[in-house]
Design a protein around this ligand. Structure first.
Ligand SMILES: Cc1ncc(COP(=O)(O)O)c(C=O)c1O
Length: 363
């Protein structure tokens, strides 16, 4: 019988606990105001997030998946178009492309970073390619200079990388998710489209509200995908914390290294701008390590074990096992370990010691 989990994979409550009185005050203000849809908090959060990210505009939407669908729609992408993205990512990345009636084209990843391999992207560009959609996976920003040379609009799926250095700088649009496990999070679903192009920002804002500015004239077939006032009020508060939280995650990553985890498995390449939305190591002994963590009550996860090109809903695209070798190897080898800002050193020591014992059995 596995023991009850006593070190979780993530602990956002530990991060926001000291803020609960302020959170309740902000939520109370919204309740008192009686304004719940596209009110002053959404407007202020859009301005504050745009300033934080260094982009001219940001538009709050209902979640990170809608952010992608609206962004693609605003860019005019639909049937007959191809969009290049990774297959080692959450399903929503490719789902949004397919939802628009366009074709996801999968490029392989660079094993050192787990982000797209720019040369494989370049090889897959055709006359139908209408956008490139890199994902800044697990909080590591993919440098986009090589993709920018390909002269195809870039849409950054930055769902996992709010506040990471260099995010949202290159893409015409970049999307974020504030799902509760993300490094910047809401108390439910929420998302954002950051725009370096004012016209596209206007288009996203129109589309999120049924294609209308004032609910009388409907200029496009749109969506109902607005960021809530209550979520925006919480996000405004958390925006003031995000640099500290991201630094807390970097400190925890440095500690895993100091504790000698790198002798036992492959660590994520250390980069100053990485925000470690997830702390993901690699090992050919992944399953054995995962079992040892499970038996010790330690949270762990293996992501994208069936990569997107092999998902049942996307088999129609015609990929086979072996089509994307590095993606498939990462799917077999990745293992996420406990990570949050303020994770106790004692917990990290325990994680490393359990993996050390499991590695000794293997050796
Ligand atoms: C890479 C990526 N893209 C898109 C999404 C979709 O975001 P949401 O869950 O807010 O719809 C997520 C997260 O869930 C994600 O990790």
């Amino acid at each position: 019988m596995p023991s009850p989990q006593n070190i979780p994979l993530g602990d956002t409550k530990a991060q926001y606990e000291r803020l609960i009185p302020q959170i309740m005050e902000r939520l109370g203000e919204v309740v008192e105001s009686g304004r719940f849809i596209l009110g002053p908090n959404v407007q202020a959060f859009e301005q504050e997030a745009a300033q934080f990210l260094g982009v001219p505009r940001a538009v709050g939407v209902a979640n990170g998946t809608d952010a992608l669908v609206l962004a693609l729609d605003a860019m005019g992408i639909g049937p007959g178009d191809e969009v290049i993205c990774p297959a080692f990512t959450f399903y929503a990345t490719a789902e949004a492309i397919a939802r628009r009636g366009a074709t996801p084209v999968f490029a392989d990843i660079d094993p050192a970073t787990l982000n797209l391999d720019p040369e494989d992207v370049a090889a897959k560009v055709t006359e139908k390619t209408r956008a490139l959609m890199p994902v800044h996976l697990f909080g590591r920003v993919m440098p986009l200079a090589r993709l920018a040379e390909l002269d195809v609009p870039i849409l950054e799926d930055a769902a996992q990388a709010f506040g990471a250095e260099g995010v949202a700088r290159t893409g015409v649009l970049s999307t974020f998710s504030f799902y509760p496990s993300k490094n910047l999070f809401a108390f439910g679903d929420a998302g954002l489209v950051a725009a370096n192009d004012e016209e596209l920002a206007d288009r996203v804002a129109l589309l999120r509200f049924h294609g209308s500015r004032e609910k009388r004239d409907f200029k496009a077939v749109g969506y109902n995908s607005r960021l809530d006032e209550l979520q925006a009020a919480v996000l405004r508060l958390f925006l003031g914390e995000i640099d500290g939280w991201n630094q807390g995650r970097r400190d925890a990553a440095a500690r895993y290294r100091e504790l000698g985890l790198g002798d036992l498995c492959e660590l994520p390449v250390d980069e100053p701008g990485h925000v470690y939305h997830m702390y993901v190591v690699r090992s050919s002994e992944r399953d054995r390590f995962a079992q040892a963590l499970e038996e010790s009550g330690i949270g762990h996860a293996s992501y994208y074990v069936t990569p997107l090109h092999l998902q049942p809903a996307l088999r129609y695209l015609g990929y086979e096992e072996g089509s994307l070798p590095e993606t498939e190897r990462a799917a077999r080898e990745n293992l996420a370990l406990p990570m949050w800002a303020g994770i106790p050193t004692e917990s990290q020591k325990r994680v490393v010691s359990v993996i050390r014992d499991a590695a000794a059995v293997t050796a």
